[in-house]
Design a protein around this ligand. Sequence first.
Ligand code: PLP
Length: 388
Amino acid sequence: MSKRQINTIAVRTGIETDTTHGAVVPPIYLSTNYSFLGYDRKGDYDYSRSANPTRNLLAQALAELEGGAGAVITNTGMAAVHLVCALLNPGDILIAPHDCYGGSYRLFDSLSARGLFEVIFVDQNDEDALGQAFARGAKLIWLETPSNPLLRLVDIKKIAEQAKSHGTLVAVDNTFLSPALQQPLYLGADIVVHSATKYINGHSDVVIGAVISKTVELHEKLAWWANCQGQTGSAFDSYLTLRGLRTLGPRMRTHQENAAVVANFLATQSQIKHVYYPGLSTHPQHDLAKCQQSGFGAMLSFELDADKSQRIEFIEKLQLFCLAESLGGVESLIAHPATMTHAGMSAAAQLEAGITPELFRISVGLEDSRDLVADLTQALSVIGTRNE
Ligand code: PLP
């Protein structure tokens, strides 16, 4: 059969594979352990930390969706980020974005402070800074595109080519787009990481992660470490995530249709200083987004032209955007990165990354976009109209 399309892989993985009762949807295997076939004769499974049939189905789906040789399912997205760090030894250099997700920044910074490797945070669009970092002989470069929370992009193909010439591995955090909208392994990356808590599960009811590798060798190394360090995901979480994954394609389509409406609306509001959304023609990397991604996604951020009390009032007025961490669920969310998602960064690091107190991040959900715009309109009215 020819290579299957994204929606087919997402919907069909594991369907009609149950040979015991002919269940259409694959059953969940909650058992911790599996009987040996006999003395020194192990079957396909022995202990669920090492491997589990339900988790394996999710891994199979994600590996196929990203075009990888294999996937490790981890118990959180941060466990996935941490797992990739197992490839680094003391003295190795990791190049990371200066504006990556706050949890990743904190992990890299803390592990580096313990001497497990050295991290260099750089603005990866600053060619000189990036060139200098590569020149030091990095083992791994970490990309996050679009970035959290400012939706900055980096050119995966260009950086991967540069990395190859230095013998540097490339890992991409693809959480913001999912494989439905971006497939970094086809652009030259070696590893893709997901907080599958977000769009892959899509229903804000599971915390889970994934690491997909391009080669069998890398996958086996990471799978070994995941078992060794106890980072693998549970069967129950894997089951729910596989269920959520089946609707990834249609969800992403509606998410981004709604996001385009919300971004265009916000861009015309006088109480808003700036909207960061790769789908707007004013976004400095709109052209890169068009060729690197197969959609613009549904995450956006904006700077409100308001003092602290007005910002608080705006948030309190909103009815359809929950003030909450996380993203990628069916429901719309709003976050204040400086005090929430990126609070793990020092004030200086936040400022350096462009995270101001006026910045808000929205995860646009699947509600009717007319209701979302109406809600934002009434909440923005507390700030009044500027430039009158
Ligand atoms: N990577 C990105 C881009 C994220 O936004 C997050 C969480 O928000 C993570 C990694 C960590 O994932 P988790 O919260 O599932 O541990």
